[in-house]
Ligand binder design. Structure first.
Ligand SMILES: Nc1ncnc2c1ncn2[C@@H]1O[C@H](COP(=O)(O)OP(=O)(O)OP(=O)(O)O)[C@@H](O)[C@H]1O
Ligand SMILES: [Mg+2]
Length: 305
């Protein structure tokens, strides 16, 4: 199968800085005029290839998601992502939404924001005023935006995404009227992209269970909390399992989708990352994380689901 292309951001592209988020990024018009975000990965961080793999896995699950392509700008690696908010619409992030309904919610808190509880997020998404993502046909079993979000949390659990904080989900205020859940975006802090190749090789081959991939994935933390005041965030797996318990039909639907996306399909997604972009141990480790988590999620269905 052919490698993912690496788009070159034109050096003379007129650009506008994006203030939100922590990484260097700017908007520029693509050849067809679509506003497109270039998001740079810190050198050696692996965020760009993790973002690309996560995007392709989201596609495989049929989750609504922002599109990402590998890219470079002035020799610096990153991803490009076309604007997912329609003209005249606006993305309202989770922190802004929660600040409207939770007294004294600290919108600006970036770390240990335990006010960002799973229950509050689901309550916002369960509102009848919030539609499922536009331009995406919602299967009946999913029901509502909260049911779609269960799928986002399944993806987080699958790829060990540690970054589901309150600016990494939101609603889109549509140009004419109404609001809908935004497609899933920003999944680059996943797939063990920040480990060294030496650690990856060791974890892939060790007989020490404490160092194994199985143990590694069980530590993945979401940025969602069980209760306000919790000292630690929920694990990515528990965030999915709790949301699934509250939305069982949607959870069954997403798990079915995962069942159909087998190890060979995940391997095909990973193998298309060019070797100039991610090392072989990085790709092998990313795949091992997904296979381990897929097995855990399918086993969860057999026991609790
Ligand atoms: N495809 C897109 N369409 C519209 N807005 C986008 C898109 N991609 C990103 N954004 C906006 O840019 C912001 C920053 O992007 P993103 O979250 O990917 O960056 P980040 O620096 O990785 O963030 P973080 O600090 O959460 O790691 C998002 O919160 C969102 O408001
Ligand atoms: Mg972000």
């Amino acid at each position: 199968m052919c490698e993912y292309p690496i788009r070159k951001v034109p050096l003379d592209a007129p650009s506008q800085l994006e203030q939100l988020g922590t990484k260097a990024k700017f908007w520029f018009p693509a050849a067809d005029g679509t506003p497109t975000l270039f998001k740079e990965g810190y050198p050696g961080s692996g965020e760009h290839w993790a973002e690309k793999i996560a995007c392709e896995v989201a596609r495989g699950l049929n989750l609504p998601h922002a599109e990402y392509e590998l890219a470079t700008c002035k020799g610096r690696p990153g991803v490009v992502s076309p604007m997912m908010v329609p003209d005249g619409g606006r993305l309202i992030h989770g922190n802004e939404l929660l600040a409207r309904v939770v007294p004294e919610y600290d919108e600006r808190k970036r770390f240990r924001a335990s006010q960002h509880t799973l229950g509050r997020v689901l309550a916002v998404l369960r509102s009848r005023l919030v539609a499922t993502p536009s331009d995406w046909t919602c299967p009946a079993a999913i029901g509502d935006a909260a049911g779609v979000f269960v799928g986002y949390l399944l993806l987080d659990a699958l790829i060990a995404n540690q970054d589901r904080h309150h600016e990494n989900w939101g609603l889109i205020k549509l140009p004419k009227s109404g609001v809908c859940l935004a497609p899933n975006f920003d999944h680059g802090s996943s797939l063990g992209r920040n480990e060294s190749d030496a650690v990856r090789r060791e974890r892939l081959s060790t007989k020490d269970t404490g160092r194994s991939v199985a143990t590694y994935v069980r530590r993945a933390q979401s940025s969602l909390y069980k209760t306000h005041g919790s000292r630690k965030p929920m694990t990515t797996f528990d965030a999915f399992a709790d949301a699934a318990a509250a939305n069982p039909a949607a959870a069954r639907f997403w798990i079915e989708r995962l069942d159909n996306l087998d190890a060979a399909a995940l391997m095909a997604i990973v193998s298309r990352v060019p070797s100039s972009v991610a090392s072989e141990p990085a790709k092998a480790f990313a795949l091992a994380i997904m296979i381990e988590n897929r097995n855990r999620l399918l086993a969860w269905r057999e026991s609790d689901g």
